[in-house]
Design a protein around this ligand. Sequence first.
Ligand code: NAI
Ligand code: 13P
Length: 333
Amino acid sequence: MTRCAVLGTGSWGTAFALVLADAGSEVTMWGRRAELTEQITTEHRNGDYLPDVLLPESIWATTDAAEAMRDADVVVLALPSQTIREHLQRWADLIPAQAAVVSLMKGVELGTTRRMSEVIAEAGGVEPRRVVVVSGPNLAPEIAQRQPAASVVACTDHDVADLVAHACATPAFRPYTATDVVGTELGGAVKNVIGLAVGMAEGMGLGDNTKATIVTRGLAETARLGEALGADPATFAGLAGVGDLIATCMSPLSRNRTFGVQLGQGRSVQEVIAATRQTAEGVKSCQSILDLARANDVDMPITEGVVAVVHHGLAPDEMGRRLLSRARKAEAD
Ligand SMILES: NC(=O)C1=CN([C@@H]2O[C@H](COP(=O)(O)OP(=O)(O)OC[C@H]3O[C@@H](n4cnc5c(N)ncnc54)[C@H](O)[C@@H]3O)[C@@H](O)[C@H]2O)C=CC1
Ligand SMILES: O=C(CO)COP(=O)(O)O
């Protein structure tokens, strides 16, 4: 039996813990708040993030990270991206030497422009061949209801990817292995930014042509960045690319899209942040993704527009005007 530690008791950490338990893995969760870890252990519920879901009884949770990670074969990180470095600096010595370390996170670090797998290797002292990325169209509430879905489990070492895929394969959740960590990770991070832009269009009352255009051109700029960073272009045609982009940009369950809808309806960023309890990674990562693009001389106009709205107060309709008034060019350029 694979022993898994899931660090983070938010929506996706909890839903993924359920998947691991359904797959027959032994699961311990770590969370910051004792009331919540106790509720998970004794009531088999996470009232804060997935209140309607009954969790498998085998899952238990603790506030003690050392206890959660003891003898783990797989350590899963499910925290907001911008917090992960500080945690890993404290946890580096607690991660078992041979464990696979899985990132569920879809963000890029502000300041360093590091992808999460890079932060894990750097701050957690984990060999890159043991760092795994799980990413795909996986809206947590649907996964927790055991609706059929699939995802990509990427690691440079195929055997390590296979170990993690085995630990999370259930009749409802189908993991596909891959070795393109860079592409898998970028697909997940950039789709949040494109989801914000699609949400803005929705909030402004715009229709499906506009949204399909943002999705398609969003995929084009994601793939351009991926190519510059050495990703396999085929990854962006897969579950971690277009698959996740579609789920996020279509679904009212997406926090990033919902955040964008509220901006499109005229609320300020501060108002939306104040009303949002859950993580909308694109709000912070749009800046780090744009920084990464600029450092690699990659044009990402939609990401640039989202940064202008979210961080510099540009009105969403002005963002639309700016995008449409750019110099004409060939679609493939
Ligand atoms: N919710 C979803 O459907 C999916 C989310 N993801 C990604 O998974 C990652 C985690 O997201 P969710 O679980 O959805 O977020 P969430 O907002 O539901 O939960 C975040 C968790 O982190 C905790 N947290 C917040 N700040 C913290 C800090 N400074 N230190 C320690 N813990 C802190 C919160 O208390 C909560 O338990 C994100 O990168 C997200 O993009 C990926 C796929 C699906
Ligand atoms: O990553 C997700 C689905 O795959 C969840 O998207 P949000 O973070 O926008 O809710």
